[in-house]
Ligand binder design. Sequence first.
Ligand code: GDP
Ligand code: MG
Length: 279
Amino acid sequence: LMGYVGFANLPNQVHRKSVRKGFQFTCMVVGESGLGKSTLINTLFNTTLYPPKEQLPPSAERSKTVAIESIGADIEENGVRLHLTVVDTPGFGDFVNNDDRRTASTGIKIVDNRVHACLYFIQPTGHSLKQIDIEFMRRLHTKVNLIPIIAKADTLTDEEVAEFKQRILADIAHHNIHIFQAPTYDNEDEETLAEAEEIASKIPFAVVGSDKIVATPDGRQVRGRAYPWGVVEVDNEDHCDFVKLRQMLVRTYMEELREYTNDVLYENWRTEKLLSMGV
Ligand code: GDP
Ligand code: MG
């Protein structure tokens, strides 16, 4: 499984259509500084978009993300090419305080670059959404496929995660924020429908990111985070929703995300832009 993204397993039709030209997929991460955005990008695509800390000189830490960075990578799997672009952003708390105008321009930039999905990182407070999250989600939700993520889920217990999810969903509904819904079609087979429902039931995804391989007490080598009480495994569905998030992004819904971005969101943005120009 490791080193394997899974896009070569897309449903046949989509697969055939996309094999020729290769995939283009653009994903953006947004959220406060230190919530594990850069780490999750690494974990998600299992590439070395960022050099692991071990390979840096002992004194060097991975640098803090200080600007909006766009990083591209070509990944090939079973003869299928994926050109992946990841837009990493600094902690938005910083630039909201400093210069509010950058927020507005960020919104435009998102659509210009045709971002297919925006992972919105929520601090694992266990309470409810913060005002700043509500503000940002309200600005983003008409422009991108918004996918809420509970960051660093290993810092909460299973019960806390379950309660936090309910509160987040209630807040999102209360503020009329539209989050991305994985679409389903009438002609889908039962297995595909079940998978879609399973994925939908995990939103907001509670994720754990790690670019380290650790040993479990029973001797397996896994991607995870080690604690005195045990190992939290990134790829174990009993431990977090990372696998489901990846399935939604890269495998099952890549094509839907692309189409929705192109048809609906781009048109929304164009209309808004034309209106604002007085057209
Ligand atoms: P960013 O500022 O949002 O890009 O956050 P980074 O990816 O740079 O991570 C900030 C710190 O949080 C680093 O020390 C990471 O090792 C740590 N971290 C990242 N993901 C997780 C996670 O899922 N759980 C925990 N406990 N720590 C994490
Ligand atoms: Mg970062």
